[in-house]
Design a protein around this ligand. Structure first.
Ligand code: GSH
Length: 254
């Protein structure tokens, strides 16, 4: 029987009063924010590849950012970014690919060429179309406009039937979508009385299967909130716990 996984103790967020870590000392650091869906992509990748001991998490309080983050770590001043081999790189989709190909752990892309081609199409669709269009729809007719994009995903999930994930088996594609679907699934019923899984059995199954993955579950803000909140409070941090259940949180930090 597999040993039960030990849940990682999450570090508290660093803010404007915090000293930087000892930068460029050979450690690999993933700068994130606990509420950021883009950062979550890189965080999931690190976890599912079993790199918890190789890549240190450095959470940043985006509302009260330390100056050194922009000045010394990542001038675009966004998360995620990865400090690795004396360089810092950013952009979540790039980081998912970078971590997958430059670190040990199971590969998150299949060898099959057709699947690889489809992965490129779906990963590109996530940030060029799915994420911006669904957010934009909140100001218009969300049920119809966003609905079309969930239909697109439902259809994509029908393409390979050798598993419940976008390429059959779990891959980079699932990581690209998970943080956003997680938020839309919570927010759309509340904001628009719209359940994204109704009439979309493949999407419902995908969510169910995603929620079985420890490496993903550990990044889910709703489930982590209490742990993080406790840590923040114990360190007397000023960052108030952020709920992911409201529209403001969905669009904040974007
Ligand atoms: N395209 C970027 C987006 C990253 C992003 O927008 N991150 C937000 C937090 S969710 C951020 O750092 N915002 C701070 C800012 O824009 O100043 C990526 O995919 O990594």
């Amino acid at each position: 029987m597999a040993a039960p996984s030990v849940q990682e103790v999450l570090p508290p967020s660093l803010d404007s009063t915090s000293q930087p870590p000892s930068l460029f000392d050979g450690s690999t650091r993933l700068y994130i924010n606990y509420q950021c869906p883009y950062a979550q992509r890189a965080w999931i990748t690190r976890n599912v590849k079993g790199l918890q001991d190789k890549i240190n998490l450095v959470p940043i309080d985006l509302q009260n950012r330390p100056d050194w983050y922009k000045e010394k770590v990542y001038p675009p001043n966004k998360v995620p970014s990865l400090e690795h081999n004396n360089k810092v790189i950013g952009e979540s989709l790039h980081l998912v690919k970078y971590v997958d190909s430059n670190f040990e752990g199971p590969s998150l892309l299949p060898d099959d060429l057709e699947k690889r081609k489809f992965s490129e199409k779906l990963i590109a669709y996530s940030d060029t179309t799915f994420v911006p269009e669904v957010y934009r729809s909140f100001a218009k007719d969300a049920r119809t406009l966003a609905g079309a994009h969930f239909d697109y995903l439902e259809k994509a999930l029908h393409k390979f039937d050798d598993g419940p994930f976008f390429l059959g088996q779990f891959s980079q594609v699932d990581i690209a979508y998970a943080p956003f679907i997680e938020r839309f699934q919570v927010f759309m019923p509340e904001g628009f009385d719209y359940d994204i899984t109704t009439g979309r059995p493949k999407l419902a199954k995908w969510i169910e299967e995603m929620n079985k993955l420890d490496g993903y579950k550990e990044t889910k803000v709703l489930e982590q909130e209490k742990t993080v909140e406790k840590l923040e409070t114990s360190k007397m941090h000023r960052q108030s716990p952020v709920k992911v259940t409201g529209a403001s949180t969905l669009v904040s930090n974007m």
